[in-house]
Design a protein around this ligand. Sequence first.
Ligand SMILES: Cc1cc2nc3c(=O)[nH]c(=O)nc-3n(C[C@H](O)[C@H](O)[C@H](O)COP(=O)(O)OP(=O)(O)OC[C@H]3O[C@@H](n4cnc5c(N)ncnc54)[C@H](O)[C@@H]3O)c2cc1C
Length: 384
Amino acid sequence: MQHQGIRKLLLLGAGHVHVHVLAHLADHHPADLDVTVLTPYPHQTYSGMTPGFVAGRYSEDEGRIPLEPLLRAAGARWVQGRCDGIDAATQTVRLAPVQGAPQAPTSLHYDLLSIDTGAVLDRARLEAEMPGAAEHALPIRPIEAFTALWPQVMALAQRQAVSLAVVGAGAGGIELVFAAEQALRLHGLPGARFTLVTGGPEVAANYSPGVQRRVLRQLKRRGITVLREACTGIGDGEVHLGNGARLACDVPLLAIGTHAPPWLQGSGLALSDSGHVQVNACQQSTSHANVFAAGDVASRVDQPHPRSGVYAVRAGPALAHNLLAAHGGQALRPHHPPRNTLNLLSCGTGHAIASYGPLHAEGAWAWWWKDRIDRAFVTRYRRP
Ligand SMILES: Cc1cc2nc3c(=O)[nH]c(=O)nc-3n(C[C@H](O)[C@H](O)[C@H](O)COP(=O)(O)OP(=O)(O)OC[C@H]3O[C@@H](n4cnc5c(N)ncnc54)[C@H](O)[C@@H]3O)c2cc1C
């Protein structure tokens, strides 16, 4: 397909996929392509290292990619703001300002658009499903808000023996409860209690029974209680459970499944049933040839796959190629997501559970491996 005359490429978000696009642009930037990145923060926080930050293993900066040097190398302009709506018919993006940021335009025009804004916790949906959560709980997303507030949890744990509950027993929730337990055991007052509320299903429901058994064994070893109940609401100092019980809780952390950004509704873009941007094998919108999407915000129609950082990272090279090919009127390249990915679940610093398809194992070596992979990812996109 030809895309003649395209001049303005707008990248929404600087997630796992777009940092690769920017690195690619640093080496291959067509002279007639004007690149703008709309994203709220001056850095990209790497979620894989967030549990390590909670555990006290990494500083905030170690798990961040500073964007300014990467943007400069890519010859891209940064607009600090959030996308608040897209009109695919007029090729316009509406902006919401970021508090404390310089004044940004209210809208941006594009010829070519790429979306990598990740998934979100839609507060309206959250409040409907879990009344009180928006007021009383600390959600893991946005991660920047979570990491800014985490020191307050540590300060509380140094004043009193806290009861901490993580709601959500997917990979993020599991890593978070292990990390919190480790941090509070090492630096908080003794007597802290830890609970993992699964929402009903088994812990690590998306993993094989063998991995589930390993996770449960590690949780037991660290004295973390597992409640296979739904969380139906959160009040002041308590978590409401599906069986009618109330769990006394000073620190409720939310690591539940994420939603598609609500601002995609009404964009005119084809969306999946769950509201994510529907894309084809080339990560191209199935309704608009000049729009691409990848990472947790997108949904592949031909080959649905889990939403995770590993899948997002893998889409980077194909998206970078296809954006430039779309600009130059060249053939697009399909992206083949892997059937299986290596998953490394950290159980706090020093121990991790590795799984790949039906295979699984655990040990200090798995944690060391994860540490190497995570640090290498951040280092790869750091520019002097
Ligand atoms: C605690 C935790 C640990 C995890 N660990 C792992 C792991 O070890 N391995 C793994 O595979 N997955 C892991 N995940 C999942 C992983 O975080 C996501 O799958 C991954 O971040 C998706 O990448 P992305 O590029 O789609 O979006 P993100 O990495 O979320 O990036 C989104 C970008 O868009 C920006 N943005 C957001 N909203 C807007 C907006 N409205 N306008 C403009 N910009 C916007 C953000 O600031 C950010 O720059 C973890 C998740 C959590 C919560």
